[in-house]
Design a protein around this ligand. Sequence first.
Ligand code: PLP
Length: 396
Amino acid sequence: MSRLSSRMVSLGSARSEIRELFEYGKERAAIVGPENVFDFSIGNPNVPAPDDIQAITTKLLENHDPVFLHSYTSAQGDFESRDNLAQDLNNRFGTHYHADNFYLTAGAAAALSIVIQALANFGDEFVTIAPYFPEYKVFVESAGATLVTSPAEIESFQIDFDALEKAITQKTKAVIINTPNNPTGAVYSKETIQTLADLLTQKSEEYGHSIYLISDEPYREIVYTDEPLPWVPSYYRNTMVCYSFSKSLSLAGARIGYVLVPREVDEFEDLYAAVCGAGRSLGYVCAPSLFQRVTAQSSHLTSDFSIYRRNRDLLVNSLRDMGFYVAEPGGAFYLFPRALETDARTFIEKAKKHDLLIVPSDSFGCPSHVRLSYCVPTERIERSLERFEKLAKEYR
Ligand code: PLP
């Protein structure tokens, strides 16, 4: 009988549908040629980082003592880097943050696992809106807590407040939101965030303890709506932000992001200490030091997202013309159309016959849909359209 951690063995060997699709795509490419495989499975940014990133990185590498540049920083991150991030947010959102509100991390994934670990006691519940980013369940369960899901409104993927109200209980420690959203592209308006803030305030009073809001924001800058994205902590005091430069600066492999703990949150000092403690207990030591310094100088920049908007418009319009039901994504680079039959896995198998690689919705906690990542060359989308048309025709 194995004496290994059965939970870790099962996490590490769990079937990843996205990875399987990726491997399948490679096999098919060897047979039919890479140009004839239409892979929409992975959310890896396909636009380059801004030119300035190259220049800033080169300058840092050339002008700094390499020992300084590559050595450990303090656990929460280099002071100057955190200070620069604070100034950037203050300029953009009229806030008053300073370096001590930031804890730099290896991307949003680390930020989320740290915040969840910092908050969770055994038996606590974390509530999120389904469909949701599947790693939430992994991070919450690793912290000994339970993920509770509340279904979104199925037409728009906006928050269904009646369902959310029922999902919040005495055991709720925090609610996790993600706007712009993976996998739906939904963006929450300021009215939505205000309604959420009112609900959480009311529930905190009703249950006599703080209910925190974790705002997972790796797509914060990738927005197509006219209205700017609301700054969530300005609406709800007990908000912590998990941010990443993976998507805004196309630096997914550099692993850099942060947790923001505003001074206004309940038990600020202990909570910030718990964030540091969680980073320590998870063995993060400090965020990658070179990219702490790169992003400190570039957090006001973004990659060129015009290709994402073009891809979104092309796919939404074309799929709708073919008879797909598609909610218009207000941000990020994902589309979440309804599958043309109830079982999304059967549907994606039919799509595979046309060499269209799309992800079934079940692992996002929502049946009968598929996710398409449109961070791909526009030309791939253009050439894929006749395949989608053939697929749709099978259902007419
Ligand atoms: N949160 C959401 C909603 C995501 O889609 C992702 C990555 O795709 C992450 C968090 C983690 O991003 P990273 O760790 O690369 O910053």
